[in-house]
Design a protein around this ligand. Structure first.
Ligand code: DLL
Length: 442
């Protein structure tokens, strides 16, 4: 096996040498085997040999989602079909599906990347792990599954859905590690409480590896408290691999980026120029070891920043900050840019309101309006309508002072906003396409 600690704690100079070596190799394979890249490199006036240092990366062209759609199904594959071991694909609800292939080596490296996050949670051989991400073309289920196996866990492939049965298994099988989306973790926690359990006491859960969508501090806190666990974030995307591109060690903020397999850049999404470490912008990823679908400077649309300060856990891989949203999910509310996760952050700090919410954006006459539906917390007792009005005013004032936005607020009964077993659908945008529902992170 490749790994392990020697890669995660490699001195930075040595790591940069390894990255350059692997990047050159990737560029050569792209140029020689993928028509799209030969044309794109030629168009930008570069050849793989022009990559003499990592700083030369900026001379190379970006790859965007549309390029992947245009390449449907196999045109970005850099290996012959007899080397392809598995295929994943995006759902294609927002356009042509994107197909990503994996060789046996790609799958093994992917398993190792996810396994690192399990070790970061101080778990491994002997740990009972329940995977409640969806299995199938979505990379969550199988990605976490193989990661669990590589880490030596006993993996329960529950997939998403059938929440009562999930809870029963967590209890009866002594599950210590849960892997699912944050939305589903909260639904599992709330459902368990409704079933009469106190998950923090009655279950053996120690940690959760949650990702595939953004989650505010408040939501993380709520999930961690209700389940009595350590919350670990996992980032990834199907185009690049799946879950495990970056994982949270819990010693400092942010997620360690698997820098021996992927090279991160942060760019200004308007000028497309790389930004220095520490500045927020769009995350761009170049794969360093992918064999089947290597990607050069893939624009993820995810907003983050690089944290370059050394981490007290001893790993030398730089961290990315938690993803706050995607450039294509940013709402412009009366001229102010805001991400749904920032709204969630404010909601989570207001007592009496649950962290469930849904944002509707529409048009009245020629003006856009934004309505925010939030749920009352189930245990909060309202004796008068006046109190509800007070709560609305408080939330509106918090949103105004924290995010400078004015929204229409609707407070609804507990448990009336649709829960998700996968990625939550937080924004309903009625402007572009009547009835279109966009999920965060889609
Ligand atoms: O969501 C892969 C994954 C599965 C990651 C399970 C983590 C856990 P896609 O469906 O291709 O793949 O969606 C990728 O989801 O570009 C982000 O916008 C969002 N996303 C993924 N992880 C996080 C995270 C999977 N930890 C898209 N925080 C990405 C915030 C995330 N957003």
């Amino acid at each position: 096996m490749f790994f392990q600690e020697e890669f995660e704690t490699m001195p930075r100079e040595q790591l940069r040498e390894l990255q350059l070596l692997r990047m050159r190799d990737t560029f050569k394979r792209c140029y020689d085997n993928v028509d799209f890249y030969k044309k794109a490199f030629n168009g930008a006036g570069v050849v793989p040999e022009d990559l003499k240092s990592l700083d030369d990366l900026r001379k190379f062209p970006f790859t965007v989602k549309q390029d992947m759609r245009d390449a449907y199904p196999y045109k970005l594959f850099a290996v012959p079909m007899d080397k392809v071991a598995r295929i994943h694909a995006s759902s294609g609800t927002t356009g042509q599906a994107t197909v990503v292939g994996h060789t046996a080596g790609d799958l093994a490296r992917w398993g190792e990347c996810f396994a690192r996050g399990i070790r970061m949670a101080d778990l491994g051989p002997g740990t009972v792990m329940q995977v409640a991400y969806g299995y199938g073309l979505f990379t969550g289920g199988l990605g976490a599954h193989v990661g669990g196996e590589v880490a030596g866990c006993c993996v329960i492939p529950a997939s998403s859905g059938n929440t009562k049965r999930q809870i029963q298994m967590i209890k009866d099988m002594g599950v210590e590690l849960l892997a699912c989306t944050p939305s589903y973790a909260l639904l599992i926690a709330d459902s368990a409480i409704e079933m009469g359990y106190d998950p923090a006491v009655d279950f053996k859960l120690k940690a959760g590896i949650f990702g595939a969508e953004p989650s505010s501090d408040g939501m993380r806190r709520e999930i961690a408290q209700k389940l009595g666990i350590r919350y670990c974030d996992v980032y990834g995307l199907s185009e690049i691999m799946g879950p495990g591109v970056a994982m949270e060690c819990g010693h400092g903020e942010g997620l360690h980026f698997a820098e021996d397999h992927f090279y991160p850049e942060i760019i200004d999404p308007d000028t497309l120029e790389p930004l220095p470490d520490g500045e927020w912008g769009e995350l761009v990823i170049t794969t360093l070891t992918r064999e089947c679908t290597p990607l050069v400077r893939y624009r993820t649309r995810d907003i983050s920043r690089i944290i370059a300060q050394p981490c007290s856990c001893g790993r030398t891989h730089r961290r990315i900050d938690r993803i706050i949203g995607r450039t294509d999910d940013m709402l412009i509310i009366r001229g102010v840019n805001v991400f749904p996760s920032q709204i969630e952050q404010v909601i989570a700090e207001v007592p009496g309101i649950a962290t469930q919410y849904q944002i509707t954006v529409g048009t009245r006459g020629s003006l856009d309006y934004v309505e925010l539906a939030v749920e009352m917390a189930p245990d909060f007792v309202f004796d008068e309508i006046r109190q509800l009005e007070g709560l609305k005013k408080k939330l509106a004032a918090e949103l105004k002072s924290n995010l400078q936005i004015a929204v229409d607020i609707r407070i609804v009964e507990p448990h009336t906003i649709e829960r998700s077993e996968g990625k939550a659908k937080r924004v309903i945008d009625l402007r572009k396409n009547t009835g279109t529902i966009r999920g965060i992170g889609k």
